[in-house]
Write a protein that binds this ligand. Structure first.
Ligand SMILES: [Zn+2]
Length: 326
């Protein structure tokens, strides 16, 4: 495989269906884009892994929504990471950060342990109050994969399986140097039956079934059981392997039933911060507070929490004087 094709396979979401199993899904592989997000923050590894998982999940879910606006994942929990936010701005921009207490991080912690217990909020914001929607799922130490599955089971009644993986592999960077770069990948499958038989087993209680008869539940459907088990076989290294495309992974999983893929959608790491926004944010403070922001080097330094970009603003740019010149 050429480098061109490998680059082409990264930072993209690939929607797919397996009609024979009534499965719809998405596969994603994040290369340079996730390395930029996690590399800029340079958090401890366990925090980077958790933020990488949340970013992958936000891409899987956000890119499926056909709307203008923002999809946000926000977690508030009692682990070393007490807050985590990832924004997916349609159609393709992602940013995210985590807030953590480094003294509580212990070597070998899993992403689920780093997060702990709390709440995971999934918010769709189309830019006005009317079309804002938030779903909440309890975090109980189960981690983001399981929490996402619970969300779809409870809120949408859609059987869902999600796999997420984050890790570093040694690759050449843009300058040709070999270094460990962050990669992430994920795959999500949802059971959305279209045939009358499967829909009946899913939606209707068999009211006149004889006493003791087995009542078929949503999750018991043979097609869904097969798809679920296949998704659960996906290993972390397959999701972050730079030489394995989403197409190759989906073929490995579903070739027996037949899998159809649609046009891939590109994803970029891009924050909304800018020097202009930072300057107008500083100007929002009263002059005496602006003066207190000036550091010993004579500059006002502001770091965007979403992307860890550091802005240095000259006091002259933000007007330190009161109206009466004090
Ligand atoms: Zn930023």
């Amino acid at each position: 495989m050429t480098d061109f094709m490998m680059d082409f396979a990264d930072d993209r979401v690939l929607p797919f269906t397996v009609e024979a199993l009534d499965i719809r899904g998405r596969a994603v592989r994040l290369g340079p884009m996730i390395d930029e997000i996690l590399g800029r923050h340079a958090y401890p590894d366990a925090v980077s892994e958790l933020l990488g998982q949340a970013t992958t999940l936000a891409v899987l879910l956000g890119s499926a929504l056909k709307f203008e606006g923002r999809f946000q994942i926000q977690a508030r929990a009692d682990g070393p990471v007490d807050m985590l936010v990832v924004d997916f701005e349609a159609p393709d921009r992602v940013r995210g950060y985590a807030r953590f207490d480094a003294t509580r991080l212990v070597d070998g912690m899993t992403p689920a342990e780093v997060l702990g217990r709390g709440q995971l909020g999934l918010t769709i914001d189309q830019g006005n109050d009317i079309s804002r929607y938030q779903g909440i799922v309890a975090l109980d130490g189960q981690g983001l994969e399981e929490a996402a599955q619970q969300y779809f089971r409870q809120s949408e009644q859609i059987p869902t399986r999600v796999r997420l993986a984050v890790g570093r592999v040694v690759q050449t960077d843009g300058a040709g140097d070999l270094r460990p770069v962050w990669r992430a990948g994920g795959v999500m499958a949802q059971f959305m039956p279209t045939s009358p038989e499967r829909q009946r087993s899913a939606d209707l209680h068999p009211g006149d079934a004889p006493e003791g008869a087995t009542i078929l539940q949503f999750g018991d459907d043979d097609a869904w059981t097969e798809a679920r088990l296949l998704i659960e076989t996906v290993e972390d290294h397959e999701l972050i392997d730079p030489t394995l495309t989403s197409e190759a992974l989906l073929y490995r999983l579903f070739h027996e039933s037949g899998v159809v893929v649609f046009d891939a959608e590109a994803i970029t790491a891009q924050c909304r911060c800018s020097r202009d926004r930072i300057v107008s944010m500083i100007k929002g403070f009263p002059p005496n507070e602006r003066r207190e922001m000036v550091a010993d080097d004579g500059m006002i330094g502001v770091t965007c929490e979403f992307c860890s970009t550091r802005y240095e603003v000259l006091p002259d740019d933000v007007d330190l004087q009161d109206e009466d010149g004090r």
